[in-house]
Design a protein around this ligand. Structure first.
Ligand SMILES: CC(C)(COP(=O)(O)OP(=O)(O)OC[C@H]1O[C@@H](n2cnc3c(N)ncnc32)[C@H](O)[C@@H]1OP(=O)(O)O)[C@@H](O)C(=O)NCCC(=O)NCCS
Length: 199
């Protein structure tokens, strides 16, 4: 995670919020956001933050990985985390070496939704990706998230590919769970299986 300047986003009603790199001390609030979601509820846990801290420490030393939070304050300390997302810059040979950005774990606190915050946050991420030399921004979202599909399509994303996943279980790699993919078609994946998708 290299240094990225904080920014200010304005949501409906003119309220200004701060977007900045996540800090280790934000992890509790970030996990609460990941939990406050039907899919997150079955796969996240705030009881033990150590796995999140270990992941954060790996992000912190990787210049191509970024975790962000949006807070309702202006960086003066008395702030509440109201949204989060992650951004990874991926280098590839295809498309003449096009660099891509991958957006993950997009969450806006329930009481802050439908005020334009998610839109402003993703636009900010797209702009940051462009400024970091990316020619494309990509993401996957669970097939069950119909509101999120509308949200990304309104932002100009197209559901152009079908995503596949092979979940690597700890005991046997043959115990795999089919991904519900990027398509907006609901394939009727059961809730137990949906927990394996992370967006
Ligand atoms: C999906 C999510 C990130 C969107 O964030 P958000 O802040 O609610 O997004 P916005 O407010 O920009 O847009 C959401 C809706 O509010 C509406 N809206 C936004 N600004 C508005 C405004 N100024 N006036 C009226 N309506 C507005 C949008 O049109 C949109 O409506 P729609 O649902 O009918 O398409 C958020 O709902 C969320 O965290 N959901 C749970 C987790 C999730 O699904 N994450 C995405 C995983 S890929």
């Amino acid at each position: 995670m290299s240094e990225i300047e904080p920014g200010v986003l304005t949501v409906r009603g003119g309220t200004a919020v701060t977007i900045r790199a996540a800090r280790r001390t934000d992890l509790g609030a970030v996990v609460d956001l990941l939990l406050d979601d039907p899919l997150g509820r079955v796969r996240e846990s705030a009881i033990d933050l150590r796995p999140y801290e270990q992941a954060f420490d790996m992000l912190a030393v990787d210049p191509n990985q970024h975790a962000f939070v949006v807070t309702d304050g202006r960086g003066n300390g008395a702030e509440t985390v109201v949204a989060t997302f992650q951004l990874a810059f991926l280098t590839g040979l295809s498309r003449r070496g096009t660099r891509r950005a991958q957006i993950e774990s997009v969450r806006v606190a329930a009481e802050w939704r439908d005020r334009g915050l998610g839109t402003e946050m993703v636009r900010w991420a797209v702009d940051l990706s462009r400024r970091n030399g990316c020619g494309m921004v990509q993401l996957t979202t669970d097939n069950s998230r119909h509101a999120a599909h509308r949200f990304y399509e309104r932002l100009g994303f197209t559901s152009s590919h079908t995503g596949y996943r092979l979940v690597l279980g700890s005991s046997s790699s043959s115990e795999t769970v089919p991904s519900s993919g990027t398509s907006s078609v609901d394939h009727g994946v059961s809730p137990e299986r949906r927990e394996e998708s992370d967006q």
